[in-house]
Structure formats: structure tokens, C-alpha cells
Design a protein around this ligand. Structure first.
Ligand SMILES: C[S@@+](CC[C@H](N)C(=O)[O-])C[C@H]1O[C@@H](n2cnc3c(N)ncnc32)[C@H](O)[C@@H]1O
Length: 228
């Protein structure tokens, strides 16, 4: 269904691009800045928080909605800076096509033009199997519906980056957060840009400890959920 919708490339407030779906009036990232949002929600409040509190020989990350690969690219760059081994799994039911990837300006805006080759490699890598992107970054892209996720006790960190609850309310439910809880290891963390009360309560119902944190530009709050 989603793959039949018209798609437009737009530029967000920090100069980075995203994909806009006019029929849903929804985009892959915040209009207030795709890179600003990714860096704040997933990197600062997720990746940095977890790496600053614990040591991991390999950090296992699950992304809900691989989409354009922006979060994977920034995570790769951060992993390089910290010399951190990362196994990254991106789940996505409707992969972007390579022509769209080439319209995304993330390597340039991130001052990492020399990493465009890495970004391309991520998108050209084979689905369903682990791909070595560099000596310390392994990427597995899974073409899968979120409702079919059944990992257990596998991940340290989840980037929960589904479309908003206005568009896909069925993805912000006890059923899905229960899957996320099971997929995390003990002390594992899930971060998301949403701060809706109903989302927070669904997370708490499945056992998460939930914090409300300051949000990225244009959003007052976001959520971080920990499996204790
Ligand atoms: C907000 S966008 C993700 C943005 C992505 N993290 C990025 O940086 O580009 C949500 C993603 O979820 C995917 N998606 C939507 N519904 C899905 C479902 N039921 N199962 C799996 N993927 C889905 C969309 O195709 C889209 O790529």
C-alpha cells in the first residue's frame, strides 16, 4: 500500500533532505531538521547514553524503520569515532529505491562526503544477511513487517522510528512494545521521538521504565524506555 503512494524529496530546516508522503501528510523525519532530530533522539539520548554508562564488546542495535539509512549512517560515524564494534539490524517493509538514496544529501551535510561510499554500500548491501560495512560495523537489513518481529534478548538499543501514531496508530501499541521489550537484553534501551501519553502508558504496561526527556528542535519532549 505505502509503496504506491506519491513520494517527494523535501529539504528540512537544517538543510538535510527527507521523503515526504503527501497523501499521509507525513515525512520520514522532522521538518525541523532530519539530521538534528536523528542526532538528538537516537544518537545523544540513545547511543551516547548507553555507551557512556557501559562497555560493550559489540553493541547490538535494532532500528524500527530503516528508511533512508540516515540513523545507520550517523551511528556508523559515531562508532568510528569511538572505535566501537556495532551490529546493526534495520527492519523495513518498504525499502527506498537507490535513485531516492542518491537524492539524500546526508554525507555532505554531515561533513562526511568521503563516506558517501559507505552510505551507498549500506543501501547496496544484500538483504537478510549480515554485511560487513567496515571492520567494526556490520549491517543486516531485514525486509519485514514490524508485527512479525520475534527477536528475544538480542539488542542493547532500539531506535523506534516508525511513522507517527496519527498515521500508524497500530504500531504504537502494547502489542508492538511487548515485542520490543522481548527483543531487548536486560538494561536495554529504546528511544523514540514520540512523547504521547498513550505511547508512554503502553510502554509502561509491558514493563519498561520510561523517562520523558527534552525533545529535538520543534518538539518539547521525547521518550526513553529501559528494560530493567
Ligand atoms: C519514519 S520512517 C523511518 C525513517 C528512517 N529511520 C530514516 O532514517 O530514514 C518509517 C519507516 O517505516 C517503514 N514502515 C512503515 N510501516 C511499516 C511496517 N508495518 N513494517 C515495517 N516497516 C514499515 C516505512 O517504509 C519507513 O521507511
Amino acid at each position: 500500500m505505502q509503496e504506491k503512494l506519491k513520494r517527494e524529496i523535501i529539504t528540512t530546516a537544517d538543510g538535510s533532505t527527507t521523503i515526504h508522503l503527501p497523501a499521509l501528510n507525513e515525512q520520514y523525519h522532522s521538518k525541523h531538521g532530519a539530521i538534528n532530530e536523528a542526532k538528538h533522539v537516537f544518537i545523544k539520548e540513545g547511543l551516547h547514553t548507553i555507551l557512556d554508562t557501559d562497555d560493550f564488546e559489540i553493541l547490538h542495535i535494532l532500528e524500527i524503520g530503516f528508511g533512508t539509512g540516515l540513523n545507520a549512517l550517523i551511528t556508523y560515524l559515531e562508532g568510528e569515532k569511538r572505535n566501537q564494534n556495532i551490529c546493526y539490524v534495520g527492519v523495513e517493509a518498504y525499502p527506498v529505491v537507490f535513485d531516492e538514496v542518491k537524492l539524500m544529501n546526508y554525507p555532505v551535510i554531515l561533513n562526511a562526503s568521503n563516506k558517501e561510499i559507505v552510505f551507498d554500500k549500506m543501501h547496496q548491501s544484500v538483504w537478510e544477511i549480515p554485511n560487513s560495512i567496515s571492520s567494526n560495523f556490520e549491517l543486516t537489513k531485514r525486509k519485514q513487517f514490524f508485527t512479525d518481529i520475534d527477536d528475544e534478548n538480542t539488542f542493547n538499543l532500539i531506535y523506534f522510528d516508525a511513522f507517527g501514531a496519527r498515521v500508524q496508530p497500530e504500531l504504537w501499541t502494547v502489542e508492538i512494545f511487548s515485542k520490543m521489550y522481548d527483543a531487548l537484553k536486560t538494561k536495554g534501551v529504546l528511544v523514540t521521538y514520540s512523547a504521547k501519553g498513550s505511547v508512554r502508558r503502553a510502554m509502561q504496561e509491558v514493563g519498561f521504565e520510561v523517562e520523558r526527556l527534552p525533545g529535538p528542535p520543534g518538539k518539547r519532549e521525547m521518550l526513553r524506555a529501559t528494560k530493567s
